[in-house]
Design a binder for this molecule. Structure first.
Ligand SMILES: Cc1cc2nc3c(=O)[nH]c(=O)nc-3n(C[C@H](O)[C@H](O)[C@H](O)COP(=O)(O)OP(=O)(O)OC[C@H]3O[C@@H](n4cnc5c(N)ncnc54)[C@H](O)[C@@H]3O)c2cc1C
Length: 367
């Protein structure tokens, strides 16, 4: 989010833009995710945002001169229960009204798309052939490189440790020096509540560990991202051949950011994958890792200027879908900050919606 906003600001001609990154580029969730991009959402705003984001992603490689390994092989959501099917049917009607070609298909039709699937016990599947996956790292390098070329400055190993609010600006302190800024955007993901606390602002989002793994590279056989809606299991095959995927493991709510890997995850993932695709029993797992989801109670992010702290902006709480939303959200964020144009999400996703009781739940949350 931070890099993408900096790039979009620099593109609009602002050159006094600094990104302060506590660690290295891609050290946070953006360097640890599954690279899934989908348009299957339950609210019109999220569907339309993701339509635009996928367009930006499709042009990204050429525009930024970097290979992001994008593959538009679709997303196939397997559905176990009738209740989920009815809910997804409603979402599909909304997606179709927005020209997203999602369709409800039978388990046998799902097998026609992915013949290796074991579909016993599934009621239906929802399939959109225009959803996609990318390799996340080059996205970050692409944004960082292009933002720097356009005049923005990126400081790594520069954790923000203090923010002092003055009459008309902020002093943002790091162990490597202090930046004076007219405006500050807190795009620290799962760390954003800690960063906001530096200015005395409490945020309602909280971190949750999400684990993921990668297998050895296999001959290309799997086109869509396959996911089981009820369990949160998902995996896709990257253009390089590995299967990359995760599953939700419940954990008590905490404000600690945990990124350790667990055997319990490996077990749950292995049994989840082999249950729906028995031929994966022989496949070797080469790596597993974890990153922080950044959760909110209604499944939507928190954006815009913080109430009572003029000049301090929020761009956080992106759950498990902030990677796919960054290209489009950052585009409108830069337009908003420069006063050129705003977007409805600045109202819908404002921090005050929680205290105003004005939330609309996003139901297509995986994990
Ligand atoms: C395993 C996993 C799989 C996922 N799969 C997907 C997916 O398929 N598709 C998708 O769209 N999303 C996915 N997500 C979610 C997605 O990765 C996040 O929503 C997104 O990357 C959030 O971006 P961000 O910029 O808000 O946060 P981050 O990428 O976490 O960036 C925040 C940065 O702030 C830095 N920071 C922290 N404290 C400070 C400080 N004091 N000073 C300066 N810098 C600081 C951190 O070092 C970090 O680099 C997944 C997440 C995980 C963990």
């Amino acid at each position: 989010m931070g890099l993408a906003i900096a790039y979009n600001l620099a593109r609009l001609g602002l050159t006094r833009v600094a990104v302060l990154e506590a660690s290295y580029i891609a050290s946070g969730a953006s360097g640890r995710n599954g690279g899934g991009l989908r348009q299957q959402w339950s609210t019109e705003m999220n569907i339309r945002l993701m339509q635009e984001s996928i367009e930006i992603c499709a042009a990204f490689a050429q525009q930024m001169r970097i290979n992001v390994w994008m593959r538009q092989g679709g997303y196939l959501f397997l559905i176990r229960t009738e209740a989920t099917r009815v809910e997804v049917e409603r979402n599909i009607a909304l997606q179709n009204a927005c020209d997203v070609p999602t369709r409800m298909i039978s388990p046998d039709d799902a097998r026609a798309i992915v013949p290796e699937l074991e579909v016993d016990g599934f009621a239906a599947a929802s399939y959109n052939p225009t959803d996609a996956v990318v390799f996340p790292w080059p996205f970050l390098w692409g944004y960082a490189g292009a933002a720097t070329k356009l005049g923005a400055t990126i400081h790594t190993a520069a954790p923000v440790t203090e923010i002092e609010r003055r009459t008309s600006d902020f002093l943002v302190r790091t162990p490597r020096g202090t930046v004076t800024a007219g405006r500050v955007v807190n795009a620290a993901g799962a760390w954003s509540p800690r960063v906001s606390r530096l200015i005395g602002l409490e945020l309602p989002n909280w971190p949750a560990r999400h684990e993921i793994l990668s297998t050895e590279a296999l001959k290309p056989f799997l086109k869509p991202m396959v996911s089981v809606l009820e369990s949160g299991l998902y995996f896709s095959q990257s253009l390089r051949g590995e299967l990359v995927g995760g599953i939700t493991l419940g954990e008590p709510k905490t404000d600690q950011i945990k990124m350790g890997s667990r055997l319990a995850f490996l077990r749950a993932m292995a049994s989840g994958m082999t249950e729906i695709m028995p031929r994966l029993g022989d496949v070797k797992v080469v790596r597993q890792w974890a990153g922080p989801y950044d959760l909110t109670t209604d499944g939507n992010p928190i954006v815009g200027e913080a109430p009572n702290v003029p000049g301090f902006y929020l761009c956080c709480g992106f759950m498990g879908h902030g990677f796919m939303m960054a290209p489009v959200v950052a585009k409108y964020y830069a337009l908003h900050l420069t006063g050129r144009q705003t977007h409805a999400f600045f109202h819908k996703w404002r921090l005050a919606r929680f205290s105003d009781g004005d939330t609309e739940r996003e139901k297509m949350i995986i994990g």
